[in-house]
Design a protein around this ligand. Structure first.
Ligand code: MV4
Length: 453
């Protein structure tokens, strides 16, 4: 195992990684920007070094500076957390070249899954169901309409370099596709440096269900069940849970086995997630692979008892997985909510100073949080300030605990989305497990959706 690692991230995830390092006796090196000088991750790490100005391009994304700090401090590995450099193949490659272990998969695997077209091709080869559509870049608008006519409208026009809802458009007919094509292509080219576009059949009102994987460098791979993350707004998840209220045991097993096939086919190592769209008939289709630790990993930890960050460190250090698929347990139900510093109605960020912060307590409540009273939420970074995870013997118990907890938060000085989270958790549709990706528009009277009962 490593004796010292560098954490190339900030906020709650930096603290989360430090916690596991402390448990395992690993020394930690934090990096921070000028805006984060007083942050908790700086205080809690064993060492901390400034990397630059507030803006991420001048700090948390400065690859060469981060690697030089790792080398100077004799950190043996770098944990990238999520976001920032976590899915940057160039960073992973530079780490490899400099003899620093990147805690994640190999650079080529990151790059392969970063191209959505290549990912589709690869999954099809591995026998994983993909959304009906094409797995090559469209040459021009005429090819796009020919292909779409074959698939049948509506279709989603997507950028190969996109993902997470960026660079995609729903079109209902040929005229809309013709109008959308060139604009989308040139936006993708300027935004991602890659204008490759493809089309898929539009799956109506799907669920977003993802499989958590752990794969070691010795050919062993297990799935840690699923998380359902359908409750989103503007392609940002707000509530995640495990297990999914929608899956039956057979579909769960088929999805898990498909995900393991996918990982083995690409020589995947470390923790990873295969995202699926699941339609009303429980057909599942590969959507994207996330080659990093995810924000919502705690719900999986709560139902399996497995520390996913610890597993990442062990895998990166070359250890074999110490358990088999049959030994992965599943117990109870866990729900996570993401608390954002934002206006609960407009969803606009609400930066400022947190003048008071009091958290709910209880044995079934877990917090992942990097702010306290007096902390300043700056406009430079993601406005997610905390995650709350509630556990219960079943879904109903977990929901009840979460609703109670949400009412007990005392946060002053900034606005948060807690009122919106309470609306979701208390809604009959949510309680009945009607958790589709249209939930917020359909039930919460946002963006012209139906009125909230
Ligand atoms: C889709 C889709 C329906 N059909 N693709 C949104 C995020 C990005 N990763 C892909 N997304 C979607 N792709 C096809 N062919 C619907 C969505 C989608 C969605 C997916 C997961 C969770 C929430 C979503 C909200 C709106 C649209």
């Amino acid at each position: 195992m490593f004796s010292k690692i560098l954490i190339a991230n900030r906020g709650e995830i930096a603290l989360r990684i430090i916690r596991t390092c402390q448990k395992l006796g690993i020394q930690t090196v934090a990096i921070y920007s000028e805006a984060d000088a007083n942050s908790l991750h700086v205080k809690q790490a064993d060492e901390a070094y400034i990397v630059g100005k507030a803006r991420v391009n001048e700090s948390y994304l400065n690859i060469e500076k981060i690697i030089s700090i790792a080398k100077e401090t004799k950190a043996e590995a770098i944990h990238p957390g999520y976001g920032l450099l976590s899915e940057n193949a160039t960073f992973a490659r530079r780490c490899e070249e400099e003899g620093v272990v990147f805690i994640g998969p190999k650079p080529d695997v990151i790059a392969k899954m970063g191209s959505k077209i290549e990912a589709r091709q690869t999954m099809a080869e591995a026998g994983v169901p993909i959304v009906p559509g094409i797995s090559f870049p469209l040459a021009d608008v005429d090819e796009a309409t020919n292909v779409a006519n074959g698939i049948g409208y509506p279709v989603m026009l997507k950028a190969s370099a996109g993902g997470g809802g960026i660079g995609m458009q729903l079109v209902y007919d040929e005229e809309q596709l013709r109008k959308a094509f060139e604009g989308n292509q040139s936006r993708a080219a300027s935004f991602f440096g890659d204008g490759a576009m493809y089309v898929e059949k539009y799956i109506e009102n799907p669920r977003h269900i993802e499989i958590q994987l752990l794969a070691d460098a010795h050919g062993n791979c297990v799935y840690l069940w699923e998380r359902e993350c359908s409750i989103q707004r503007r392609h940002q998840k707000v509530v995640e849970e495990a297990p999914s209220p929608f899956l039956d045991e057979e579909t769960r097993r088929k999805m898990g086995e498909a995900a393991v096939r996918a990982a083995k086919h690409i020589g995947y190592t470390n923790a990873g997630t295969i995202e699926f769209l699941v339609d009303e008939q429980k057909n599942f289709y590969f959507l994207e692979m996330n080659t990093r630790l995810q924000v919502e990993h705690p719900v999986t930890e709560e139902i399996t008892g497995i520390d996913i960050v610890e597993q990442q460190l062990r895998i990166a250090a070359g250890e074999k997985l110490s358990f088999t698929q049959a030994e992965v347990k599943r117990e109870g139900h866990a729900i996570e909510v993401r608390i954002y510093a934002e206006d609960p109605n407009t969803f606009f960020p609400s930066p400022g100073t947190i003048t008071r912060l009091q958290l709910p307590e209880g044995e079934h409540i877990r917090h992942e949080i990097a702010v306290q009273s007096g902390s300043v939420v700056t406009p430079f970074y993601d406005p997610m300030i905390a995650k709350c995870i509630a556990k219960g013997s079943d879904r109903q118990a977990a929901i009840a605990t979460m609703i109670e907890a949400l009412h007990e938060y005392k946060i002053e000085g900034i606005k948060t989305n807690i009122p919106m989270l309470i609306d979701v958790l208390t809604h009959e549709a949510f309680q009945q497990g009607n958790t589709t990706t249209n939930f917020v528009n359909m039930y919460l009277n946002k963006k012209g959706g139906k009125t909230h009962a």
